[in-house]
Design a protein around this ligand. Structure first.
Ligand code: ASP
Ligand code: MG
Length: 398
């Protein structure tokens, strides 16, 4: 919601959905740019603002928007009432700025909806056991909405309105042939969200999967069907690769000529774990004289800390870092049953002359770390190479 005009449009949309005979519970996030603006205020006053106070600060974005949406609904004759987290007892742990939902009471919401008064709930915010305001991490309104749908009972669908038409086979900004996916499984969506696709907060997909909440990701600017995120059985047909995604938030660290003994490797990763740094990809290349080059990736925000940890542990070794890398991944349930998927990916990259710096796989994904300058080329050639583009044979039609 970027403006009062958009809030009016949201109210109209809610009114239309209701007039089609649906009972609606609305969850709203802050107005566009508002959370960033509030965070910037906090960070302008302190380089390390207290997380509790940051949450008290940013949760106000949603307080403003629930009230505005309720007013806009009332203005067009739809009875409505705003609810903040404490009014629906949306309880979380006390992990400020990234709290996890423990429970939510839906009685007041159901009662309000039954009485014809549309409940408009503040997304993103919660309360902890002591009654402190918490927030659920960026994009957390998705999670509020899915958690409320889950609490309402089996089969209650959750529509997530966003500024894109749905989930795409690749980022349309990078790949002109990218296509909207009609249906995708929770597992695939979870991988895509973890790997950098930013449509849904990861946590919201986890909750949707756990409670089988059908999630419809669609645009608030059009009436078009978006993407349904559903159980594997309901995704009907599983194509080998559902989508390609990429992430530029990782950086690579290499330690050269490390003596090749198991305890060495263990020490390094123990030290990183102790510093609360999570490592994603790991590659070990044999080099000369029983020595080895160890490469791993961490999130860019952790890079300096990771380098310090390694330098402290290994003062006499050559340690280098690279930030101009991108992780490009393919995701698809069909990989479980099809062989040769990774081979095909490597062939596509080889044909384009793109070097691979690291690889990781899971049951339903393959990720390659590549020099950042190949980002677009890699996404496009993989996408089209796997037949994901518009009009290509790999298309999923439902
Ligand atoms: N307002 C919060 C954010 O910008 C939550 C959300 O938009 O879902 O991250
Ligand atoms: Mg969002």
């Amino acid at each position: 919601m970027g403006s009062l005009e958009r809030i009016r449009a949201v109210a109209q949309r809610i009114a239309r959905t209701r007039s089609q005979g649906h009972e609606v519970i609305v969850v709203v996030s802050a107005m566009a740019g508002e959370t960033n603006r509030l965070l910037a205020l906090g960070h302008a006053l302190s380089s390390r603002p207290d997380p509790r106070e940051l949450d008290a600060l940013v949760a106000t974005g949603e307080q403003v928007s629930v009230a505005l949406v309720a007013i806009a609904l009332q203005e067009i004759g739809v009875p409505a009432r705003s609810f903040l987290a404490h009014q629906v007892r949306l309880r979380t742990d006390s992990n400020f700025t990234k709290a996890r939902i423990l429970g939510v009471d839906t009685e007041r919401l159901i009662e309000s909806a039954r009485n014809g008064v549309v409940p408009v709930v503040a997304g993103f915010q919660g309360i902890d056991e002591e009654g402190n305001t918490t927030t659920l991490g960026r994009g957390g309104s998705d999670t509020t909405a899915v958690a409320i749908a889950a609490a309402l009972g089996q089969g209650v669908p959750c529509e997530i309105y966003t500024d894109v038409e749905g989930v795409f086979t690749a980022d349309p900004n990078l790949c002109p042939t990218a296509r909207k996916i009609s249906r995708i499984s929770y597992e695939e969506m979870l991988e895509l969200a973890s790997l950098g696709a930013k449509v849904l907060q990861i946590r919201s997909v986890e909750i949707a999967m756990k409670y089988s909440v059908p999630v419809h990701v669609r645009s608030s600017f059009s009436e078009n069907e978006g993407t349904w995120v559903v159980r594997e059985e309901e995704a009907l047909e599983s194509v080998v690769v559902a989508g390609v995604t990429s992430d530029t938030n990782e950086a690579k660290l290499t330690i050269r000529q490390l003596e090749n003994r198991p305890s060495r490797i263990a020490e390094i990763f123990e030290a990183l774990a102790e510093a609360k740094i999570s490592v994603d990809m790991i590659v070990q290349n044999p080099s000369v004289d029983g020595r080895t080059d160890l490469t791993f990736t961490v999130s860019k925000v952790d890079l300096h800390k990771a380098k310090e940890v390694c330098e402290r542990l290994l003062p006499h070794y050559e340690i280098s870092v690279r930030e101009d890398v991108v992780k490009v991944s393919i995701v698809g349930l069909g990989m479980r049953s099809h062989s040769g998927v990774a081979a095909k990916l490597f062939r596509i990259l080889a044909d384009e002359g793109i070097p691979i710096e690291a690889i990781t796989t899971s049951e339903i994904k393959v990720s390659c770390l590549l020099p950042a300058k190949y980002h677009e080329l890699a996404v496009r050639s993989i996408h089209d190479g796997f037949g994901l583009g518009r009009g290509q044979t790999g298309e999923r039609n439902f």
